[in-house]
Write a protein that binds this ligand. Structure first.
Ligand code: MN3
Length: 202
């Protein structure tokens, strides 16, 4: 199997003004493509080229030393971004509903408090990385990871994630990561996150 760039389900300009067309174009067609190209290079001719990327990341310890770092970085980049595009949608935002809304309220004491904590985790990630809402052994948790490390490598299930690499916001927001994080809530696709949450219960 050769890993391929997933098609974006909306136009590059569809998340404007929160995320601009140039950022989306370069982020999807250049950055994500580069992770895929490098992942394909790393696993070419090995038994790992036929594995799903999520399985690769869950079993990093089984990946040989010579390609483990490449799989962690580029496989993580491919997996994280494949989810990230679906975690956003035009005309989205607002608040989650159903069981996810209930679980967030119970764990964090309300949606606004959840947003504050998630934003603090994403803002506080030094350098490049991600802010996450995950499920860890049945409990919701906010965390962040450096580089392209994915929570699935720690046995956690991803519910929501935000890319805080500068390439995801610099063209519009420059150094103002906090402004990007604030704007991002307007494009969060809660329906997709609710689906991940439901699947995580299974
Ligand atoms: Mn990125």
């Amino acid at each position: 199997m050769v890993f391929e760039l997933p098609k974006l389900q909306y136009a590059y300009n569809a998340l404007d003004p929160y995320i601009d067309e140039m950022t989306m174009t370069i982020h999807h067609s250049k950055h994500h493509q580069a992770y895929i190209d490098n992942l394909n290079k790393a696993v070419a001719g090995t038994q790992f080229e036929s594995m799903a990327v999520e399985e690769l990341l869950k079993k990093l310890d089984a990946v040989p030393d010579g390609i483990r770092t490449a799989v962690r970085n580029h496989g993580g980049g491919h997996y994280n971004h494949s989810l990230f595009w679906k975690m956003m949608a035009p005309g989205a935002g607002g608040e989650p509903s159903g069981e996810l809304a209930g679980a967030i309220n119970e764990k964090f004491g309300g949606f606004e408090k959840f947003k504050e904590q998630f934003t603090a985790a994403a803002l506080g990630r030094f350098g490049s990385g991600w802010g996450w809402l995950v499920e860890d052994r049945g409990a919701l948790e906010i965390c962040s990871t450096p580089n392209q490390d994915s929570p699935v490598s720690e046995g956690k299930k991803v519910i929501l994630g935000n890319d805080v690499w500068e390439h995801s916001y610099y063209l519009r927001y420059m150094n103002r990561r906090a402004d990007y994080l604030k704007a991002w809530w307007n494009v969060v696709n809660w329906k997709f996150a609710e689906g991940l949450f439901t699947a995580a219960q299974g």
